[in-house]
Design a protein around this ligand. Sequence first.
Ligand code: PLP
Length: 383
Amino acid sequence: MISFNKPYFSGKETEYIRQAVESGKISGDGIFTKQCHKFFEDKYGFKKVLLTTSCTDALEMAAILINIQPGDEVIVPSYTFVSTANAFVLRGAKIVFADSNKLNPNIDADLIESLITPKTKAIVPVHYAGIACDMDKIMALADKYNLFVIEDAAQAVDSYYNQKPLGSIGHLAAFSFHETKNIISGEGGMLAINDERFVERAEIIREKGTNRSQFFRGEVDKYNWVDIGSSYLPSEIISAFLFAQIENLEQIQNKRIKIWERYYNNLLNLELDGNINLPFIPNYATNNGHMFYLICKCLEFRSGLIKTLKENGIQAVFHYLSLEKSPYFIDKHDGRFLPQSEMYTDCLVRLPLYYDLQNNDIDDICNIIESYLCKSKKVTVVH
Ligand SMILES: *Cc1c(COP(=O)(O)O)cnc(C)c1O
């Protein structure tokens, strides 16, 4: 059985957790958390980084930071994880869903301007599969209409847009270290702050609305309730685990990209018969090996492919269900048809991709896909 995902362990995780335990301090913002912060700030040039308990929490912090009020509108792709929208819904925002590109599932930047109204407060691009959205276009709209941009970079660690690290372009960005991402801590996330105006308040919101961080630095002589907030900081146990992962980031990325490229090269000639398409990476974007997906010509074709792979012991999975049609949102949606998002809902399938995936497994998976394609071609001829 080849599972869809298998968490990577560097081998140092338990040692660092032991060190955290023996240090006698396992609540948040200890030595390991600080080392993680420094790593991300130095490597990617984020102005300020704060580890959080999840990407979902980092998005919630972002929604508080930009002062979302009931009735504010936030433009979000419909082909995304619920947290991208939920974080803003929790503050009373009205979500305006945008469609995806034809060539990849990212938000179609050319459609955004038509969705902007006087109530629009933010755009939340999601770098699907770690592949950059068209950030120049999005940032230009943000400038023109005075909007905030919050990058949902949950899948986008160590990926770039025109040489700029993803997560360093918007005013704020949220990353995930969930077990299914490239580097992991079980559950975990990070808020990257690129606009200096948010730094002080972000620390307060993350510490239950208190100025405790300033107190520990000796900047104030007592700490107090100064704002709204919640408990968004992870314990040192989580940060110790994460630190063991980021030490091996380069190795993890190289391996995942190699796996991705093997899939791509193996499957490239199958694109010609028109039943599947391979991932599209624009010139301005890099591939961080987060995910390998195929776009099937229709839902039936995809169901058949997933079933065939399953019969051969391989777990391939579809992904998001277009959020404007979800049970929670369907009666709130303005009725616009989002054809590309629905196409990805029906046609996208993700193949196993994890650090320990072996070359012969990749080749087997590709051979099964190829024979499925041949068989469906024969069926087409008979009809
Ligand atoms: C994984 C993911 C999230 C949620 O991350 P958590 O850390 O589990 O909260 C949000 N958005 C996208 C696009 C994701 O892929």
